[in-house]
Ligand binder design. Structure first.
Ligand code: ZN
Length: 474
């Protein structure tokens, strides 16, 4: 019997706000423990939370970026549980009236397009972080109260690979929208994985097993690559699976049981009495709509269609947005897009990385690369010499024509000068000349190379080929 996996993901993303969700403490990573705390985020008695409006906007924006619906009425609820990293003994979240619902993430998968539907994206607060030392433990509450978006997917995912591709697509959308920096190293994205297996063709879902607190996408992949075959093996051997929460041990590479899953009522949810429901008005919604950006996949398709670029070039401009914007600005000057893309990706980007230069600090104007391409097209310089001209242009900001002129880098199309090089090369390489005359066409390329070398790369290569052939054939 064949089995299939059914996977849903709950992705927690820290929002890119200056301050925390309910207080004015900084939302920043890496400070000394318990230095970004106040009575509100420490959950001291008698304090009142004030909702961070930017967090509400970013949540609604996420709903729009994920093709979902912004709820006309959202509210906050208390989820009660006792953990050392939750100072209030409850977490404020959105239970039955989340800020956004529905939608989907579309991404390229196995040569086609895949779509994972979104159940909801709701706003909550992050909790503190436990640290365990040799003989004692400590809690850092700097993270407590940081706005956290939970994006719940439908169980549309069928493999570890698809889960990873979905997460990467989601991450890229959130970075594009300015919703979150999604810095994995700083724990800005964490994931709970729900996975079950069932016989192929079966409609009913198998026992849902949750793997908690995954903090890397590669971890999600490895955990699923372990967990799916484990569940199938249990069923194949006649065993049964029951709903539970498991933990992924990244060092050993196995999942292990943590606890049987709590049901929702264990959390004793009730409406947060200290916060008003959120009812966005038309002007507010419009201000959020104005922040919607072009999605990464749309951008990729547009670059491929409008500029006839191959997929890898378009992907480079999707992954490096400023570089792609620079390419577009220059492309509007009417230069051949593929030639421009080659210069921007192979030369400009490489030089910028080497010299740690930003686009806004470039010394040459946006007309520089088109001028350089025009010089190559006109046969004034060879594409090899153009690399040197680019280097000078990058360093000095001088115009390509000026560089070619002042350094006498122009291609030699003067027949008499090239003829002299050809004669010298034929005289110095009698064996190759003879090979060519006796029918070995490849010998011409060698001789051509020698002439190009003698002219320091400045001879017009087409002219060299013609002259050599006519001299050898005469
Ligand atoms: Zn605070």
């Amino acid at each position: 019997m064949d089995f299939e996996a059914v996977i849903g993901l709950e992705t927690h993303v820290q929002l890119k706000t200056h301050s925390k969700m309910w207080c004015g403490c900084a939302n920043s990573f890496g400070a000394d423990p318990n230095t970004h705390v106040c009575p509100v985020c420490l959950g001291l008695p008698g304090v009142l939370p004030v909702a961070n409006e930017e967090a509400l906007r970013l949540t609604a924006l996420t709903g729009l970026l994920l093709n979902g619906t912004i709820s006309p009425f959202a509210k906050f609820d208390r989820k009660n549980y006792f953990y050392p990293d939750v100072p209030k003994n409850y977490q404020v979240t959105q239970y039955d009236k989340p800020s956004t619902s529905g939608g989907w993430v579309e991404f390229e998968f196995q040569g086609g397009l895949a779509r994972v539907h979104i159940t909801r994206a709701h706003l909550e607060e992050d909790v503190g972080k436990n640290f365990h030392f040799d003989r004692e433990s400590g809690v850092d509450f700097n993270r407590a109260g940081v706005p956290l978006l939970e994006i719940v997917s439908e169980p549309d995912i069928t493999s570890a690979e698809m889960a990873c591709d979905y997460l990467n697509a989601l991450k890229q959308i959130l970075i594009y929208g300015g919703v979150s920096d999604c810095d994995m190293e700083k724990g800005m994205v964490r994931c709970d994985v729900n996975v079950s297996v069932r016989p192929k063709g079966e409609k009913k879902l198998g026992a849902k097993i949750e793997i908690k607190n995954m903090n890397s996408f590669s971890g999600v992949r490895r955990a699923l690559e372990h967990e799916i075959p484990r569940q199938i093996a249990v069923l194949r051997s006649g065993g049964t699976l029951s709903q539970e929460t498991r933990r992924w041990d990244d060092t050993v590479g196995v999942t292990e049981s943590m606890r049987s899953k709590e049901n929702a009522h264990d959390y004793r949810y009730f409406s947060e009495p200290d916060l008003m429901p959120f009812v966005p008005d038309a002007a507010w919604l419009e201000s959020v709509r104005a922040r919607v950006v072009e999605l990464p996949l749309t951008r990729k398709r547009r670059f491929m269609k409008d500029y006839q670029l191959p997929a890898p070039d378009a992907e480079t401009f999707v992954n490096d947005v400023p570089l792609g914007d620079y390419f577009e600005d220059v492309a509007r000057q009417g230069v051949q897009p593929k030639a421009l893309a080659n210069w921007v990706i192979n030369n400009l980007r490489a030089r910028m990385t080497e010299s740690n230069t930003r686009l806004e600090d470039l010394k040459f104007p946006p007309t520089g690369i088109p001028e350089l391409i025009a010089l190559v097209d006109a046969g004034t310089i060879s594409s090899k010499i153009a690399q040197d001209v680019f280097r000078h242009m990058f360093e000095s900001g001088e115009s390509p024509a000026g560089i070619v002129e002042s350094r006498q880098m122009g291609q030699v199309s003067d027949t008499s000068a090239i003829e002299q090089f050809c004669d010298e090369v034929i005289a110095a390489n009698p064996k190759s000349a003879e090979d060519f005359r006796s029918g070995k066409a490849a010998a011409l390329n060698f001789l051509k190379g020698q002439v190009m070398k003698a002219s320091k790369g400045k001879a017009n290569p087409a002219l060299v080929g013609d002259l050599l052939a006519s001299k050898l054939n005469s």
